[in-house]
Design a protein around this ligand. Sequence first.
Ligand code: GLC
Length: 429
Amino acid sequence: MLPTFVRATPDGTEKGDYLALDLGGTNFRVLHVRVVEEQQKVLKMDSQICAIPQEIMLGPGEQLFDHIAACLSEFLDSQNLKGKTLPLGFTFSFPCEQKDIDKSILIRWTKGFNCSGVEGEDVVRLLREALSPSQDYDIGSVAMVNDTVGTMMSCGYRDQSCEIGMIIGTGTNACYMEEIKNVKRVEGEDGRMCINTEWGGFGDDGSLRDVQTEFDLTVDRNSLNPGVHTFEKMISGMYLGEVVRLVLVKLTEDKLLFDGQVSDALLTPDRFETRFISEIEEEDGGLQNAQDILTALGVSCGPVDSHLVRLVCDTVSSRSARLCAAALATVANRIRLNRRLDHLKTTVGVDGTVYKKHPNFSEELQATVRLLAPGCDITFLVSEDGSGKGAAMVTAVAQRLALQSRLLEDSDGEVDDEEEEEEEEEEED
Ligand code: GLC
């Protein structure tokens, strides 16, 4: 439950040019984004992708930020943007304690990253330090954004009732608009603030122990971060394939699959990729895919085996969709109760490969949410490139709010002056 310092969703009047950085998976992206008010559109002008090799994901933090700086500098060069100071939105999809919109302390790495010297540090400072030696790009204002927030904000430009952002991809997480009076760590009584729930960490206190299986415990034990992000390890793309692989190994050892013969590939962690689950669950051709995939993994997969493998995939992906739905229903109900409504109509901006690519994940999730949150009528809006465009949107909204509050101060000043004059006149009378 981390305050994000995002105090408003878009109202459709935002505009301007922005730079966006996006780090959260195995790639890093730089984008030049234009927000066009007349069309209420966020346009991606251009972008560049830089792979983050595993030695950088696991190496010293300095090396990671130097890599980011080099990629950014190359992009600015190619776009003739050097010398310009565009506002920058940085989507950094890891749990951060935000002190302000431009001060964000990394709590811990997730999703396979483990760079030393970054946990406990301000990510904006590390970025500025990495960029300063070259001196050819001066970053001006920076807004730090979680990918869930970017997703909510980019969908929010299209649909202004979007108040929840959800990701089900490599990792899983959601954010939502909370009443500021309920946000203990931030002063203020009026208005709202977006909260990054980091729901991937649900269960780290043992509260999911009753529903974790032996397979979940093994996935956790063998992960880079044992004991943390428990919920994420039961749901997201980084782990689902591995859960399925462990179940298949167990069924084979119990002589229920593949004539009881495992292969080296099947015994190798992470060899069963999450995308295989989607391929095997496809309505047409899924059984054939199962046979092809398992044969390539070195086991002898007959027709009955294919059905069983598909059942395992379906069980694991359905569980993921339903767990996600339970969390989402809770968040939606929370918003409904905050507003003392019997019925809430709201929109969720969604992104992530698991949600988008799996043949029936979204259907199963939506059906379960309807069951668990009957008082909430939820529209699901799939975000196109939310973490890139959303970072620009957060920056644009922050600028709009700053401008509005300056205008308000100015007009307050005028009113005060007029009032004073009137008072003086009355006294003279
Ligand atoms: C992980 C990160 C979280 C992010 C999510 C989805 O759970 O901790 O910040 O939003 O992955 O990418």
